[in-house]
Design a protein around this ligand. Structure first.
Ligand SMILES: Nc1ncnc2c1ncn2[C@@H]1O[C@H](COP(=O)(O)OP(=O)(O)OP(=O)(O)O)[C@@H](O)[C@H]1O
Length: 796
């Protein structure tokens, strides 16, 4: 019957998408038990609620959301039953589709009418948004911004198997957000997203979130923010008169709704991009405010009054203290986020952050009377003036102090300013409520699940050799090499470049433009190598990073976790290799202790490569030394000449004729030596790195043809499968430049590479004891000698 009426009443020329949607509506199960009084959609939501096991919702009109997504609701049992159905994504039709579920024909007509009206309204708004977005685009220097689409765009209508996205349904996200999630092809929410979205988006709670690196924390706070903003927007629209005049006001209000603070500029830009992706089907604008870029440009960006601002504390505070109107109108702020919160309380960020936090209106102040004072706020309905939510996220919160326990105990006593340098006091000052949801998904080791860790113990002077070995023998996939100091970074990047290894560098003393360029280039190269300081340790999300090398150990366990977390992100795996010198052993043991690790794997090395590695390295070091000396001399000379010029002095050449000749000769000899060294190295580098001899255990794949390489690999596979029952027999693996990436080498290595950390700790204790005894003996001997000397002197 439904089909007949719809056929009669609707114009015959109907779009394919529309007719598909109506077929789908008509094919839905009719629930005859529903009375007119019942909420038309409650049976849909209700089932979802039961299956999802959610708590009551706060301030949410459920019938407005989840409708497009609800078609596959019914919980896990229904999951299997639902036929995978390919359909075009079209938000408007989804709305229509969802709202029409379980309705009579008249209701369908009504819905159609309503949809048309909505379409009209949205068109108007779209025009407005386009103007706003264009302004942002212009201010960002034509930086690409996703266009606001209404879902009618043909290119957007990809075929999507929505049943694949079933796991998202429980989270009841707005259809526009689901549309972005489809576009991002995120089939299911990550555990931290699953846990944070109900608390943050539906219960309106403050959230403290801890989960491993690369686990999707950005969307765990980003989606709740966008969900609530979309809800508010729709509520406001519903409450406004049909003519749409006030609608325009709401759209143009342009209040700051969410302020997200990150510790590094790169992370702020990345979070911005990520949120822009998620918000691409809404009209909310996300803008980055970071140091190292023109403040005028950023002020222009803020003039477009974006709803979401992501920034670093320094630049944000600079603009806030300068009185930027958009940033200081904080009464409208509904979300305050501290990403990588534990880094924020460290030196260098803390004071600006503290000042920003102090600017936030306190909960009591942000009530109605306060906002009534603001003229702008009056144009926005009260739905936009809810309590501010605070989100505090990091992979390593649980490592740093007893923040979690304190929050659980509700020990929220106010502290003095001096004591503010801890996450809990900072969050408290930011207005975090005592009933915040604490979501800690970190395991005992804190480290990412799919991360394989290893180490190489070596002498300080051999570090460069091992680094070159890993990069040249296993140079597969993207690699980040972490240094603690910029001097070390300069040293190894220079050596590696001389050795013909193409590397990019990233450190805090670089200009922002160069920093971003380095990341971009690294991102664009499948086997790229980035040498970085800890400025790249946190948050940087570059897909395909297969290996992280700790050239120097970091100062803290947190930094180790974040550095290693640049690999094995989202659903991928990866490995980390730490280069440990005798000086590092106690630091390393302490690190292992903080991760509750009992054994660690030694990275498998084919030592027969080392003579060739060291030969090349020795030449590179000599070349580096000569070039460095030469450039230092030139810099010194330039400085002298410049200073003399400034002081209008003539530089006298005091060298005698003989000295000048000798200098000239020396220079000529050095230059000849440099040329010889370069020639020698060039000839070595022209052939692939070869092992000195074939090892019993490994066959070297370097320098062999792909065919032979395949044959050797096949042979190795056969050998390994024959040996599978005999664990103790060493495996045969093939390593080579075109073959084995570090993770694979690590996985193929035998059990002998496992290092028991308890044994290591015992050995260390023995060594310490030995040193102590030696010291004591020396002291005793010294004492004896002194006494003997005294005796002798007395006799004399
Ligand atoms: N539901 C999802 N399914 C698949 N991939 C996802 C999902 N959510 C996020 N991602 C992707 O996972 C990667 C890591 O996400 P994100 O940067 O948010 O992690 P993080 O937990 O903040 O990491 P870190 O602690 O290192 O900052 C990103 O590339 C992101 O696009």
């Amino acid at each position: 019957m439904a089909t007949q009426i719809s056929d009669k009443k609707r114009p015959k020329k109907r779009s394919r998408v529309e007719s598909e949607e109506f077929e789908r509506i008509n094919s839905l199960n009719w629930n005859p038990t529903l009375t007119e009084k019942d909420d038309a959609f409650s049976f849909l939501i209700g089932s979802n609620e039961l299956e999802g096991g959610f708590l009551c919702l706060e301030e949410i009109d459920e019938s407005e959301y989840n409708l497009g997504i609800a078609k596959s609701t019914g919980g896990s049992e229904e999951k299997g039953k639902t036929k995978p159905k390919k359909q075009k994504v079209d938000t408007k039709n989804e709305e229509l589709n969802g709202e029409a579920k379980g309705e009579s024909e008249e209701q369908i007509e009504e819905v159609e009418k309503e949809t048309k009206q909505k379409k009209k309204k949205k068109k108007k708004k779209k025009k407005k948004d386009k103007i706003n977005k264009d302004a942002v685009n212009e201010a960002e220097g034509n930086e690409e911004l996703p266009a606001v689409t209404d879902g009618n765009d043909d290119q957007e209508q990809e075929l999507i198997d929505e049943t694949e996205y079933y796991a998202w349904n429980e989270l009841r996200l707005h259809p526009l957000l689901m549309k972005s999630i489809h576009a991002l092809k995120f089939k299911e929410p990550t555990p931290i997203q699953k846990a944070c979205i109900p608390a943050g988006a539906h219960q309106g709670k403050d959230v403290v979130g801890a989960a491993e690196t690369g686990s999707g924390k950005t969307l765990a706070f980003g989606l709740p923010i966008l969900q609530r903003l979309l809800e508010e927007q729709e509520k406001a629209e519903r409450q406004l008169p049909e003519n749409g005049e006030l609608d325009e006001k709401v759209a143009s209000a342009g209040l700051l709704r969410a302020l997200i603070i990150t510790p590094t500029r790169e992370l702020a830009l990345q979070v911005t991009d990520h949120l822009k992706e998620a918000a691409r089907h809404s009209n909310f604008r996300v803008v980055p405010i970071v140091g190292g870029m023109s403040s005028e440009k950023q002020e222009r960006l803020l003039k477009t009054r974006p709803e979401i601002v992501v920034g670093t504390p320094g630049r944000l505070w600079e603009l806030m203290s300068g009185g930027d109107t958009h940033l200081v109108e904080l009464h409208s702020l509904s979300f305050f986020v501290l990403d990588e919160a534990d880094r924020m309380i460290e030196n260098g960020h803390f004071h600006e952050l503290q000042s920003i936090v102090d600017m936030l209106p306190m909960a009591s102040k942000s009530t109605d009377d306060d906002s009534q004072k603001s003229q702008i706020c009056e144009t926005v309905s009260s739905v936009q003036r809810k309590k501010r939510q605070t989100f505090v996220f990091s992979a390593t919160i649980a490592l740093s102090a007893d923040f979690r326990k304190k929050l659980k105990r509700g020990s929220q006593k106010s502290k003095t300013n001096d004591e503010l340098n801890s996450i809990e006091t900072l969050s408290e000052r930011a207005g975090m409520r005592a009933d915040a949801a604490i979501i800690d998904l970190t395991n005992a080791s804190i480290l990412a699940n799919k991360l394989e860790e290893s180490f190489i113990d070596c002498r300080e002077e051999d570090k460069d050799g091992y680094l070159y070995y890993i990069l040249s023998v296993h140079g597969q996939g993207r690699t980040i090499v972490f240094c603690t100091s910029i001097a070390a970074l300069r040293h190894i990047s220079s050596l590696l470049r001389i050795l013909g290894v193409n590397v990019w560098t990233l450190h805090a003393q670089m200009q922002q433009r160069a920093r971003l360029k380095a990341i971009d280039r690294f991102r664009g190269h499948e086997h790229g190598i980035l040498i970085a300081t800890d400025v790249a340790a946190r948050g940087l999300d570059i897909p395909g990073v297969r290996t992280v090398i700790h050239y120097q150990l970091p100062h803290s366990a947190e930094v180790y976790v974040h550095r290693s977390g640049r690999t094995a992100r989202a659903h991928s795996d990866g490995c980390s290799i730490a280069l440990i010198t005798p000086n590092d052993t106690s630091k390393f043991a302490a690190l292992c202790k903080s991760f509750s690790k009992d054994n660690f794997q030694r990275f498998p090395l084919e030592m027969s490569y080392m003579p060739e590695v060291m030969k090349r390295l020795s030449l590179a070091r000599q070349i580096d030394k000569i070039s460095r000396k030469d450039s230092q001399d030139k810099a010194k000379k330039n400085w002298l000449e410049r200073s003399a010029e400034l002081m209008e002095l003539d530089l006298e050449d005091n060298d005698s004729e003989e000295e000048r000749v000798n200098n000239h000769k020396r220079k000529k000899a050095t230059s000849a030596q440099l040329t010889n060294l370069q020639e020698e190295l060039k000839s070595l580098l022209s052939r692939p790195l070869q092992p000195k001899t074939f090892s019993k255990r490994y066959l070297a794949g370097a320098g062999v043809s792909p065919l032979l390489q395949n044959q050797l690999e096949e042979l190795a596979r056969q050998k390994n499968s024959n040996n599978s029952g005999d664990v103790k027999r060493k495996k045969l693996i093939v390593i080579g430049q075109d073959c084995v990436e570090p993770l694979q080498a690590l996985r193929s290595a035998g059990p002998e590479t496992k290092l028991n950390l308890k044994d290591m700790a015992e050995k260390r204790r023995d060594i310490t004891e030995l040193r102590r005894k030696r010291k004591e003996t020396k002291k005793r001997l010294r004492e004896q000698r002194r006494k003997q000397k005294k005796k002798l002197q007395g006799k004399e």
